[in-house]
Write a protein that binds this ligand. Sequence first.
Ligand code: HEM
Length: 355
Amino acid sequence: MARVSGSSYLFHSLLLISSLIVASQTLVSSRALTRLSIEKGLSWNYYFLQCPKLERIVRKHLEDVFENDSGQAPGLLRLFFHDCFADGCDASILLGDGDNDEKKHPANIGLREEAIQTIEDLRILIYKQCLPVVSCSDIIVLAAREAVRQLGGPDFDVPLGRKDKKTWNASAPDNLPAPFFRTGDLLEAFGARNFDASEVVALSGAHTYGRTHCSSLVNRTTEAEPPIDPSFNNTLIATCPTPNTDTTLNLDLRTPMKFDNMYYINLLNRQGVFTSDQDLASNDQTKEIVNQFASDQNEFFDTFSDAFVKVSQIDVITDRLRQGQGEIRDKCFFPNNKSKSSSVAERVAELVAEI
Ligand code: HEM
């Protein structure tokens, strides 16, 4: 029997791996593949060989988590937005001791600690099955996608392959939009990151579930514009007589724990909680889009999914972008020991990804 030479063996192995990767691409929805561009180093099937069960592990664990505490779903979606929009999807929001870090910034008021802990719990579960090959930033993105899907929202693919940042920047959340923004400010803040009006209206639709603290209701009950339904105004004042009142209020008064298009129906009824929400229904550049999403949930879901994928790629660190600035964290709350070189598992993961 002919002996297979080392190089021939390597060649056939690589051929097999490439075929598997190509085959796996066909599992990703053609819509995502054809319509959306992705950053260098990210791919739709990044962990196909290193951690094939990744998405199932995340999905299953979050089914259990949301069954006990559905509020973690909006908590995880907000965590994702605040990690990405502040200064890139790099899990820097998880770093620091709570004194002078991104979590402590006023824009991050109300981030749910349980949701933050869930990301680390997922990392531990994933580590047990796949070794340390999956980044905390990818886990945040996958968890947020599940937080949308499992509460009734759209199901969609997300590109993976982000690395985690080694440092944090306590003032990065300055970039986050504020609830007292009028639509002009909002479009400017998102425009700086290349998002257009319909993407801004769709992303704001994340306020279709979850809660707010009274301190975030700045000026909504005292200013004439944008308009407010009088009885809704009374509800806001009764629940939050002062900004310091220690209670929370649902963001969507109709279906508070469902990811649907009721948010837009609320806006048409002048029952948006934040100024930044309600003003979308009055502004010339956005009011028609609000009407469209209120009457067509599928259109909202499609625009939201694509915009989510776009947010998930803001300033990412990958094998091919900003090399050396990222790592796969051993624990989501701490950068790796600086003196430690890449683990073998990490190197193998990078090589496979490069192939
Ligand atoms: C458009 C500009 C936005 C502003 C001004 C804004 C502001 C806020 C504020 C002030 C809260 C309440 C925080 C609290 O007091 O607990 C909140 C909650 C929330 N935001 Fe936004 N946000 C915006 C966009 C987004 C986007 C793009 C997403 C996700 C894609 C998002 C997801 C959420 C979720 C899910 C909650 C509820 C969190 C929970 O229940 O724990 N927001 N947002």
